[in-house]
Design a protein around this ligand. Structure first.
Ligand SMILES: [Zn+2]
Length: 470
């Protein structure tokens, strides 16, 4: 289903002795691919089975008589594959990304929590989904076209070509031709060996043999797709994880080292990449590999089970964090009850009672213009809750000290465009304020740069506002 252009690497290739970490990384990816293939394989084979049954004999005849697959039929398949992506493959990619994100021994001893909501992660899944649908629909069209062409060349009957097409839905063109050839050869062999056998019996037997082959081929292709898709997402997840850890200052600058299992199963191409080192954003020079990547990460080809070892080359750089209690500043600047509270067009007040109440509280306590912002139309994009004095603010209703960690991590991202601050509203809960401050600081320390005010509300009263700058 994929086309590859493998460029010979121009860089010097050197064989490095594999580290224990590299062995562990390969062990983890191989275990993952091995243990998780069964479900997607079942799913894909069942899917193709349904797709074969969905097309009527009449429709198949139409394709053969017209000599091409109609635009409507291709559209139908494209829709089928989109449903497959949304219902199943998305979850497969997500799960593999997550597993990959925790796959590097470099992060084993770090307090690292992978963030699936990061826009890069969601975009990757979306792009991968549409590339998958396009590639697999196209391969299906090609497979049928090659059977039609073969039918003309061999002067086959309409009925035989139609039956070949049904058997081959879900196979690559190469596999489809192999199944059709097998049918023809079996038929000829039977005719030779059993000259008195009826034509209809011969055809039934040959059809059965071709179907058995097609079943194996479907499974093989499903396995190939499942492993490749998982390897792709897993390696991508490893990279996302490392990048997040770097952003959070858990690790410093790093390099990437290509690692292959080194056994006889490795193709000569990947054996050549083994041990090759590049920088953080470097690519391994295998050109436009799977779906147009620049060769930054494995897999390099279908069924490739290579991985990357990430090696830290510098400790993380900690910049000084300035923390300032600005509570008095806020109180001195307060203009209680002055200013407007507005809702952005399309704001759904009914489902966001907490926000509306807090906005009102802000207005009554500190004053200033407030605009309640509606949610983003895009699922993956989280919007901040309000604009207060022309800056973005996010409200987090929290109950425990621990939950503030996640609230701040998310909140910082939501206000990133024009940071005002994050409000931690503890409602009627009792909390130990010093402990909370320690936790906020340790979360913010992980950021490379930051500028945020954190407002703590306890028992409906302004407890404290802290300013963090780095
Ligand atoms: Zn490989």
């Amino acid at each position: 289903m994929f086309r590859f252009v493998l460029k010979k690497s121009r860089h010097r290739i050197f064989k490095a002795k594999q580290s224990d970490d590299a062995k562990e990384i390969l062990n983890r990816i191989n275990t993952y691919l091995h243990e998780n293939a069964e479900e997607p394989v079942e799913l894909l084979t069942r899917f193709w089975d349904d797709q074969q049954k969905a097309i009527t004999y009449q429709e198949l005849r139409q394709i053969v008589l017209a000599g091409l697959v109609s635009v409507e039929q291709i559209e139908e398949w494209r829709k089928d594959y989109s449903v497959l992506v949304n219902n199943s493959l998305k979850t497969l990619w997500e799960t593999a990304i997550k597993a990959g994100a925790y796959s590097q021994p470099l992060l084993d001893d770090k307090t690292f929590s992978f963030d699936m909501t990061y826009p890069g992660v969601q975009n990757w899944i979306k792009e991968r989904g549409s590339a998958f649908v396009t590639a697999i629909t196209d391969e299906q069209r090609k497979a049928v076209s090659s059977l039609l062409l073969r039918g003309v060349e061999q002067n086959s009957s309409v009925d035989e070509v139609a039956r070949n097409i049904r058997t081959c839905i879900g196979l690559t063109s190469r596999q489809s031709i192999a199944a059709a050839n097998l049918y023809e050869h079996t038929k000829q062999a039977l005719r030779k060996q059993h000259p008195r056998m009826w034509d209809s019996t011969i055809e039934t037997k040959a059809r059965h043999t071709a179907q058995m082959y097609a079943e194996r081929a479907h499974r093989q292709r499903a396995m190939n797709i499942a492993r490749t898709e998982m390897a792709y997402a897993y390696n991508q997840g490893a990279d996302f994880g490392i990048r997040q850890a770097y952003r959070e200052n858990l690790i410093g600058a790093y390099k990437k080292v290509w690692t292959t299992s080194g056994d006889e199963g490795v193709c000569s191409y990947c054996a050549g990449l083994d041990g090759k080192e590049v920088g953080m954003d470097g690519n391994f020079g295998f050109g436009r590999g799977l779906f147009g990547t620049e060769g930054e990460l494995p897999p390099a080809h279908p069924n490739c089970a290579c991985a990357i070892e990430y090696i830290e080359i510098e400790p993380p750089t900690f910049q000084g964090l300035i923390v300032k209690d600005v509570t008095d500043e806020y109180i001195n600047d307060a203009t209680p009850g002055i200013g407007k509270v507005e809702m952005e067009k399309g704001y759904k007040a009914g489902s966001r009672q907490n926000e509306v109440e807090t906005a009102q509280w802000l207005h009554d306590t500190l004053g200033g213009d407030i605009v309640l912002l509606k949610e983003s139309d895009k699922d993956s994009q989280k919007m901040p809750d309000f604009l207060w004095k022309n800056k973005l603010w996010e409200l987090k209703n929290t109950t425990t000290i621990k939950s503030a960690d996640d609230a701040i991590r998310r909140g910082l991202k939501q206000i990133i465009g024009n940071p005002g601050g994050i409000i931690l509203d503890y409602g009627r809960n009792e909390i130990e304020i010093q402990e909370l401050e320690r936790l906020i600081e340790s979360r913010i320390r992980r950021k490379r740069t930051v500028q945020v005010d954190i407002m703590i509300i306890l028992q409906k009263k302004l407890e404290k506002v802290l300013r963090y700058k780095k």
